[in-house]
Ligand binder design. Sequence first.
Ligand code: FA5
Length: 356
Amino acid sequence: MSDLSPNQDAVAAHVSAFEAALAQVKSSREAQTLRDHYLGRKNSVVAGWMQQIGAAPPDQKREIGRLANELKQAIEARWTAYTESGALTERPADAIDVTLPGRAPRLGRRHPLTLARERMEEIFARMGFAIVEGPEAEDEWHCFDALNMPAEHPARDMQDTLYLAEPIKGDTGKDDDLRTLLRTHTSAVQIRYMQAHTPPVRIIVPGRVYRRDDLDLTHSPAFGQVEGLVVGEGITLADLKGTLLAFAREMFSPTTRVRFRASFFPYTEPSAELDVSCWQCDGTGCGMCKKTGWIELGGCGMVHPAVFEAVGYDAEKYTGFAWGLGIERVAILRHQVSDIRLFYENDLRFLEQFPY
Ligand code: FA5
């Protein structure tokens, strides 16, 4: 259309072609291109007509100039009307539409094992226990020797314990030839704490421990424990039982009963397994407690004098008790979870069932 030579009909034809094309454009970029085709400084319809003024015979120069101006003003007027109509302020495809309802962010929540650990911490903290932590990569002296488990003790066997290929030196306070392992229980921290503090001691030690156990319904090679240790003058087995009974009643139900079953740990004497009455059947026997009426929670006992000797405490003067409870075990029982593996699979359908 730019080849129409300047005359009154050509002005009208250009203007209506411009209007028709403008009605069809689909983006601001297309509209701009169309405008430039008519009004651009170079190679546009109007610029082409202006150029013809120079080459035209003198008597036509004026008329061509007038027509070019008329065309320019007509196109400009329509362009101005178009831009002022708001048609150009289209939204880019990826723009945020602030008028849409908001997308609610998914709230995170604490893991059921975290909830169980925090609940245990809270109950013992209220009883006056301090919360202490220790290293997961531990040396064999703190994990075994000092706990009255000599070199030939079966727990030190490669079957049970995960040893690091290279020992971590310098942190043992002992012989640097000691092997480093992933601690098999939180009892190692008892030793570290007693080495650094004099009695009275009243601590709990929550933490992760590692064993060469297979993953099954109730076992995992990595799991959590909450250790407890109380040392002072005149501490008795009755204190141990009272403490764990108070804990169990807070954790599970106000009518929960506890019982001690004779057991063996090299670092406690006497030693016991702590059972709590099944709160689903209240001791009459059900699937949860395997018809026994009782559920095992962990090990405990009175601190062995050999342990006090290892840390330099006077075993004649002080007595104490200790325990180690499995965190997964507590969570399984509290929430009636059928399979420990559910805790590790991160399936939101499972995790979202727990109150946070
Ligand atoms: C101990 O680890 C002792 N150190 C506890 C102790 C501390 C006794 C202080 C006396 C004084 P045991 O190996 O039984 O004991 O483990 C304690 C608890 O950890 C078990 O009752 C169980 O709840 C949990 N547990 C043990 N092995 C696993 C495992 N593979 N997966 C999940 N939980 C486990």
